[in-house]
Design a protein around this ligand. Structure first.
Ligand code: ATR
Length: 276
């Protein structure tokens, strides 16, 4: 029987995952499809039952169901447990459904080879910051600092994940020169205008990596500002591609080509990609 995979969420129409996975499946000569499924509010249980009943081999989960899906799974791995959210479900050979979270690791892989002694600064203390902070810790980084508008939220996250330190955005701005990798996860990156940035970058370290988890626009105002300094900027497209590639490997046992996919999507999205 032809295999099929899916992504569930709401909204889902603009998801790039079907495009990406269909190309990978075809490149790897795997006879399978990947379809987007819009799940109405209150219909998650029905949707999961249907996926299982109709023989879905695995699916991605996006907003707003990453936490809500957990009770419907037979098992979740350490990444999903630590983050408290699932973005990938795998059907095992004995028909069990296991949840993983590939977002944080996908983000880290999107940065390319890193030195574990690098000092990490994460701006924001929401779900994305949690996933990325957890993954950095899981892969062995020891200097991870969370800076947030509401200090108490940063502190809670640092305590829960046992990270390095919680600071305010003002402190982050003043001590920016100490960090090798800066990750912007607040919704400020989404603003397509010259919005106020979460922090000013004048103290930025030379050759630092400045990343934003957003890929629409491809160059956020935060990255635009960072480009004025001698730093490497990374947008969220790599995270999208790498989280998908890790999921693909769970499902198909093969790691697909990520570099080409980032290039392809960048081209596909064109310009600064604001199409909302
Ligand atoms: P996600 O789950 O996608 O990471 P979220 O949970 O809404 O998103 O997280 C939003 C994060 O961005 C929070 O850390 C929030 O700070 P607070 O804890 O103070 O709410 C931060 N944030 C939201 N708007 C912001 C803004 N205008 N400036 C700076 N930080 C902001």
């Amino acid at each position: 029987m032809k295999k099929w995979f899916a992504v569930i969420g709401n909204p889902i129409a603009h998801s790039l995952s079907p495009y990406m996975h269909d190309i990978w499946l075809s490149e790897q000569h795997i006879n399978a499809s990947y379809i987007p499924i819009h799940v109405e509010e209150g219909k998650l249980a029905d949707a999961i039952q249907s996926l299982k009943l109709l023989g879905c081999s695995g699916w991605n989960v996006t907003v707003p169901y990453k936490e809500a899906i957990i009770p419907y799974l037979d098992e979740i791995d350490d990444s999903a447990k630590g983050i408290g959210a699932v973005n990938t479900v795998v059907k095992t050979d004995d028909d069990r459904f296991v949840g993983y979270n590939t977002d944080g690791l996908g983000f880290i892989e999107s940065l390319g080879p890193l030195d574990q002694t690098n000092r990490i600064l994460i701006l924001g203390a929401g779900g994305a910051a949690r996933g990325i902070g957890h993954a950095f810790k899981q892969v062995g980084f020891s200097h991870i600092v969370i800076a947030n508008r509401t200090y108490a939220n940063a502190k809670r996250l640092v305590e829960e994940l046992q990270l390095g330190q919680a600071i305010t955005l003002e402190e982050a701005e003043a001590t920016l020169g100490q960090f090798d990798i800066v990750v912007q996860t607040t919704p400020q990156g989404m603003k397509s205008s010259s919005a106020t940035l979460p922090i000013q970058l004048s103290q930025i370290k030379e050759h630092a990596i400045i990343a934003d988890i957003v890929y629409n626009p491809l160059v956020t105002p935060f990255l635009e500002e960072a480009k004025k300094y001698n730093v490497r900027t990374v947008n969220g497209l790599g995270m999208l591609v790498h989280q998908g590639a890790i999921a693909f490997k769970y499902w198909n046992g093969i790691k697909p080509n990520t570099e080409q996919m980032v290039e392809r999507l960048t081209e596909q999205l064109g310009g600064n990609y604001v199409n909302r």
